[in-house]
Design a protein. Structure first.
Length: 129
């Protein structure tokens, strides 16, 4: 639950260090004492490893890979909830991100490259439910 609340904390100006919100957020939650699992989930949430690669960034590995089932659950929550908290389909959420970012932006490239992986995570959670 803590990771779901905190996964985007890296966007906060007071937390921002590298400009890559999963890494900045993970460093913040670790320093705030939330523990390894929460920090790892924040670091790797919603395909962050793909965006890190697009940006040429290192640093996520220091947090260790989170359990895949828990990461899938966080991805499901992130992709089926809109920015205002309303329910949304994962396809619509990803399409919205692709619309907001230009094709050359690392976020757009990462979502485009990781789309199938993200949708598969959402489907695995739907299958569990």
């Amino acid at each position: 639950m803590a990771a779901a609340w905190l996964h985007d904390i890296g966007y906060a100006p007071s937390v921002r260090r590298t400009g890559f919100h999963p890494l900045d957020g993970a460093e913040f939650v670790r320093s705030a004492g939330f523990g390894k699992l929460v920090a790892s989930l924040v670091a790797f949430h919603t395909g962050a490893h793909v965006e890190a690669s697009e940006r040429g960034l290192q640093g996520l590995s220091e947090f260790g890979d989170p359990p895949s089932d828990v990461l899938d659950a966080l991805t499901f929550c992130d992709l089926t909830t809109g920015p205002d908290g309303s329910p949304v389909s994962a396809d619509d959420r990803l399409s919205d991100v692709l619309t907001r970012y230009a094709p050359e932006d690392p976020v757009h490239r990462a979502v485009d490259a990781g789309r199938e992986e993200l949708l598969a995570a959402v489907q695995r959670v739907r299958d569990w439910l």
